[in-house]
Design a protein. Structure first.
Length: 249
């Protein structure tokens, strides 16, 4: 029996010795936070992302700084949410290894009304993202920022804020901004772009039906959707870790 177990023991030791440490701060809104999930602390997309990265051999520490209803305005220097990000990053940066910020913002920026700063124009969205990123990078030199495309939502989305078809159309104008920013800063990296279409096609399977002011709408991932989104984030993070983040270490 000892001889049968030995290869597995050696494999476990090998994985431990070659684990690649990374600290990730997830910045986002209610989707990142895990709204509509039974237990966001165990079911939110960042939790699943960390678990998938660990399965791939990364030693992961993370903080979920998703906040429901937030826009890029809420994370600007001097506003209410950036101190939470700084507190999390201060703690994680002491662990060693690269510090990565995984960002998915824009859903609430695209609203017609009801969220802070809405509606946020593409130019203002770009300005806000750069202000957030540059302020954090000045505090954490050597950090990286991975920008994911916000998810599709149904064109009748209307809860405490008003989104509707106009908001969904505005959301599309943010994608070129997300594609341009990595060309302007070496520490800004392109994140996932594919989840949007997957959730649009399979919204009844992956998003939670919610009663709204303009009928049943789809905005937040359900349990299965949170796992699917985590898969897209994980793939993007690993790509960037291998090709950029770890290349600089």
């Amino acid at each position: 029996m000892q001889y049968v177990l030995l290869p597995f023991i050696l494999l476990a030791c090998s994985l431990t010795l070659h684990a690649q440490p990374v600290s990730i701060v997830f910045i986002g809104n209610s989707i990142t936070y895990g709204a509509c999930l039974t237990d966001p602390s165990t079911e939110a997309p960042p939790v699943h992302t960390a678990a998938l990265l660990r399965e791939k051999g990364y030693e992961v520490a993370f903080a979920n700084c998703g906040y429901s209803g937030s826009t890029t305005v809420d994370f600007l220097p001097g506003d209410k949410l950036l101190p939470r990000v700084v507190q999390a990053a201060d703690s994680l940066s002491r662990l060693g290894g690269p510090l990565v910020f995984s960002m998915m913002l824009g859903t609430n920026d695209s609203a017609m009304r009801g969220t802070k700063g809405a509606p946020v124009s593409p130019d203002r969205y770009r300005h806000n993202l750069l202000c957030i990123i540059d302020s954090l990078h000045a505090r954490y030199p050597g950090s990286y920022f991975i920008l994911h495309r916000p998810l599709w939502y149904s064109p009748n989305t209307h809860n405490g804020a008003t989104y509707l078809a106009e908001g969904l159309q505005r959301l599309q104008t943010y994608t070129p901004v997300l594609d341009e920013l990595p060309r302007e800063r070496p520490y800004i990296l392109p994140g996932d772009r594919k989840a949007y279409d997957r959730f649009r096609r399979q919204h009844r399977k992956l998003l939670t039906p919610e009663a709204g002011n303009s009928g049943t709408f789809y905005l937040h991932p359900n349990k299965a959707g949170a796992e699917v989104l985590a898969g897209y984030w994980t793939k993007s993070i690993i790509h960037n870790m291998k090709n950029y983040v770890l290349q600089d270490k």
